[in-house]
Design a protein around this ligand. Sequence first.
Ligand code: SF4
Ligand code: SF4
Length: 402
Amino acid sequence: MQTELPAGFAATPSGARAESILRSCVHCGFCNATCPTYQLLGDELDGPRGRIYLIKDMLETAEVTPVVVQHLDRCLTCRACETTCPSGVAYGELLEIGRAYMEPEAERGLVDRWQRRWLKAVVPKPASFRRWVRLGRLFRWLLPRRLASQVPAPGRRSARRSKARKRLARRVVLLEGCVQRVTTPGVNDALRALLGRRDVAVDSVAEEACCGSLALHLGDAEAAEASMRRNLDALAPHLETAGAVISTASGCGVTLKDYGRLLVADPFYAPFARLLSDKLMDVSEYLATLQPNFKRARDVRRVAWHAPCTLQHGQKLNGVVESLLVGAGYELVPVQDPHLCCGSAGTYSLLQPDLAEELKHNKLAALTGGGPEVIATANVGCQTHMSPDAPVPVVHWVELLR
Ligand code: SF4
Ligand code: SF4
């Protein structure tokens, strides 16, 4: 694709990167075939190729039109298009640049502005998010149905305990995540117990901050980088000694693995960011290194596996969780169109509720078609988004291992 970006912008790191990504696209349109929003809406501008053209026009003309805002807002950031693209177009990175460019100029209604501000101010802070979730549960009956279904049910803590730390030889750092530690704390409890039995000590980071993915998705690069720096400050004392840094939420993991790229221009933080990216492992990658001999839960056999987009398209981890579940004795039921997003997509289910609902219902139909006893996934967002409407429990796959 030919580009004519203004010289001033093309000379910036974002401009140079955008130009190189745009030039790698050959307009073939293969990516439209796997794009969930293109499939639902059938509009070229709601597919990756159309969005790439919109971003190109915006960067060339420096005009942020309502059409650009509408169609970039509707993108799930699921990156299924990246998996499909034969030319290796880094669509996710281009979208990140496009949204950061668009956001300061985007004209938004009062409710939209308020929602975005609320999301950035509350969700990354577990204490305040917990207060809002409690309020939501208390007044759920007053909320519109769509909003009420977004309020997570109380998460169970696991009764399983790990061994005393001093007896354990290996150490890992577990990042607990802002949303996960409030809504599904039992996931990290279950992992601690599993690792404790395999002589792995699990350290927490008292000052752990938001990984920055929420602000990044909302096009606020400055807030995202500030979060990343806070997180690195908190992690710094652990980085050298930890064998690995583990994330159980694939939505956080995909951003944490990308710190090295995202902070490359920061002379102070870049080395720490690279070190974190190198040590960061999705929990499935780490458990697969332990010569796993896990057992399945006694009362469950048939599982429908939902690979979050951040795991399959973002981290490109396909087949790892599946092997661990099958190795533990589970039967994975067939699922149609496993590449499609469930509609959670970070803040998408709040900001684009109609599309998110449609995607969720399609996904649940695909997941339950094979008659599973549970649905297993790897990201707190997918879990809490699908749970209220799922006919069987939706769990994090780690909770299925003994
Ligand atoms: S598949 Fe890749 S090269 Fe083809 S239009 Fe989509 S992004 Fe461009
Ligand atoms: S990220 Fe997902 S929703 Fe967005 S253009 Fe790509 S496939 Fe479509």
